[in-house]
Design a protein around this ligand. Structure first.
Ligand SMILES: [Zn+2]
Length: 452
C-alpha cells in the first residue's frame, strides 16, 4: 500500500514538474538548462531527466548556447518544438470566422479566415460547417498531432467550456458548441470554448504586454464590447461566468436605444456601429469601420470627430472601470486599439486625471502585444491546455504515427519517477497558459504606458 502511494506521489510530482518546465519554455521562449535549474528550484540531474522526457515526447528540443557562460560549462538551451503537437484556434467574430493551427510556443503554422457575407452566415450550423471546412484544409496541409481545439466566441460561456450561454450579436442562446464541433470535426482531441475578451486577456497576460502584471483589463471591441479582467493574477469569472460583460453597462443615459432594452450602453456609444453611425452611415460591415478609421487618420474632419467622440465616451467607461477595479494596466484591443492610435490624448487626459487621483503612477493604457491576434492566441492556449498541464499525456514519439492528424494523443508510457529535491513555485504569472509567438507577435508597438 505504502509503495503504491509513494509511486503515485512520485508520478504526480514528475508530471507536475514536466508541466512546469514545458509551461516556462512555452511562455518565455528558449531557456538554458542552468536557468531552468535556478527558476524551478530543482537540481541539474532532475532538469536533465525532465528535458529528456519532454524531448522524447517531441515537445522540446535542445540547442547549444550561443554564448559561453561566464563560469563553468556552457549550458544547453531548451526550446519548445512547435511542429509536432498543435492546437486548432478559432475566433468566431460577428463578421467572420478566423482559424489558425498553432504549435507550442505560439508557432503559427497556418491561418485562414472566412468572412460572413449574408445574415444567415452567423447561424450555428453555418459557423460549425465553416470551421470544419477551414480546419480540414489547414490540417491537410500540415503534419503533426492535434492535441486540442480552442474556440473564442463573443458571448458568455459555461464554466466547463462546453456551452455558449448567450452571444447576442450572433443571436445564439444555449448552443452546445463544443459538442457540435467535436462531432463535425470528428476529432478525439478536446474542444473547449471561451469568451473572446477573456481569451485576449489570457494571451496578453501570459505572454504579451501584460506579462507579470497581475491586475489588468483587456477590453475588446467589435460590434460588441467585452472585458477580460485579471485581478490578483486570476481571471475574474463572477458567480455565473458573466463578469466583464461591460457591453451593456450604461455610459450615456441620453444615448441611443440598445437591443438589450436599455439606452446609451457601451455597445451603442463606443462599439463599431456607434463609430460608423457618427459619420452618418448605416451600421454594419467591417469595411465601413475601416473606411472611417482610415479617413480619420488621413485628416478627414467628420471621420476624425467621430473617432474623437467615440474616444470621449470610451474614456467615461474606462474611468468607471478604473474606480471599480483598480487595474495596473488597461489593454485596448479590437477597434479600441485603433482609436487609441488615432487620438491618444482624448483617451488619456480623462483617464490619467482619475487614475492619478488614486495613484501617483496612474494606469498604463496600452495596445495589445499581439494586435488583432490576441483573441486567436488565447483560443490556442485553450487548445494546448491539456498538453501544457500534463505533458505526460502525450506519447513518446516512437508511438506517434506520422501524418495521423486526427489521432488524439494517447496516454504516454511512464518513465522512472523523478525525485523532487525541493518544491518551489515557479516565479511566473499565475495564469498557466500563455502563448509567446515570435512569428505571430505584431510586436509591442510602443507598449510603454501612455500615462505615467
Ligand atoms: Zn445594451
Amino acid at each position: 500500500m505504502a509503495r503504491t502511494e509513494k509511486g503515485a506521489t512520485q508520478d504526480t510530482v514528475r508530471r507536475h514538474n514536466l508541466g512546469t518546465l514545458l509551461g516556462h519554455v512555452h511562455r518565455h521562449g528558449p531557456t538554458s538548462r542552468a536557468r531552468l535549474t535556478r527558476l524551478l528550484g530543482l537540481n541539474r540531474a532532475t532538469i536533465g531527466y525532465l528535458v529528456d522526457d519532454l524531448a522524447a515526447r517531441g515537445l522540446v528540443t535542445e540547442m547549444p548556447e550561443t554564448e559561453q557562460a561566464p563560469r563553468g560549462r556552457p549550458s544547453k538551451v531548451v526550446a519548445v518544438r512547435g511542429d509536432l503537437h498543435q492546437a486548432l484556434a478559432v475566433h468566431v467574430g460577428v463578421d467572420a470566422v478566423e482559424l489558425a493551427l498553432v504549435g507550442l510556443g505560439g508557432t503559427l503554422l497556418a491561418r485562414r479566415r472566412s468572412a460572413f457575407s449574408r445574415p444567415g452566415d452567423r447561424s450555428v450550423e453555418h459557423v460549425v460547417r465553416t470551421i470544419s471546412r477551414l480546419a480540414t484544409r489547414v490540417l491537410a496541409e500540415n503534419t503533426g498531432a492535434l492535441v486540442g481545439v480552442g474556440v473564442a466566441v463573443p458571448g458568455t460561456v459555461s464554466p466547463d467550456g462546453e456551452m455558449v450561454n448567450f452571444a447576442p450579436n450572433l443571436r445564439w442562446r444555449q448552443v452546445p458548441l463544443a459538442r457540435l464541433l467535436q462531432e463535425e470535426l470528428g476529432v478525439g482531441a478536446a474542444v473547449r470554448v471561451g469568451n473572446d475578451a477573456n481569451l485576449g486577456a489570457v494571451a496578453e497576460h501570459s505572454r504579451g504586454v501584460g506579462i507579470q502584471v497581475n491586475d489588468l483589463i483587456y477590453l475588446h471591441a467589435e460590434v460588441g464590447v467585452g472585458a477580460g479582467i485579471i485581478t490578483g493574477g486570476r481571471m475574474l469569472e463572477g458567480a455565473g461566468g458573466y463578469a466583464g460583460e461591460v457591453g451593456h453597462m450604461q455610459l450615456n443615459p441620453g444615448g441611443l436605444a440598445c437591443h438589450c432594452g436599455s439606452r446609451g450602453c457601451w455597445e451603442t456609444e463606443v462599439g463599431e456601429d456607434a463609430l460608423v453611425r457618427r459619420v452618418g452611415l448605416p451600421p454594419g460591415g467591417r469595411s465601413k469601420v475601416d473606411l472611417v478609421l482610415r479617413r480619420a487618420r488621413e485628416g478627414d474632419r467628420v471621420c476624425r470627430e467621430a473617432v474623437e467622440e467615440t474616444a470621449r465616451w470610451l474614456s467615461v467607461g474606462l474611468v468607471n472601470m478604473l474606480s471599480a477595479l483598480d487595474p495596473e494596466m488597461v489593454i485596448l484591443g479590437g477597434v479600441f486599439e485603433q482609436i487609441l492610435d488615432i487620438c491618444p490624448e482624448t483617451l488619456a487626459n480623462r483617464v490619467v486625471q482619475t487614475s492619478r487621483y488614486f495613484h501617483p503612477d496612474g494606469v498604463a493604457l496600452v495596445r495589445p502585444a499581439f494586435g488583432h491576434s490576441s483573441v486567436l492566441l488565447g483560443a490556442a492556449e485553450l487548445g494546448l491546455k491539456t498538453v501544457l498541464e500534463d505533458p505526460a499525456s502525450v506519447s513518446p514519439m516512437a508511438e506517434l504515427r506520422p501524418l495521423d492528424l486526427r489521432r488524439p494523443s494517447a496516454p504516454g508510457t511512464q518513465s522512472a519517477p523523478l525525485r523532487r529535491r525541493r518544491e518551489k513555485p515557479e516565479p511566473q504569472p499565475v495564469r498557466e497558459l500563455s502563448p509567446r509567438s515570435d512569428r505571430l507577435a505584431v510586436g509591442l508597438k510602443d507598449p510603454g504606458a501612455l500615462i505615467h
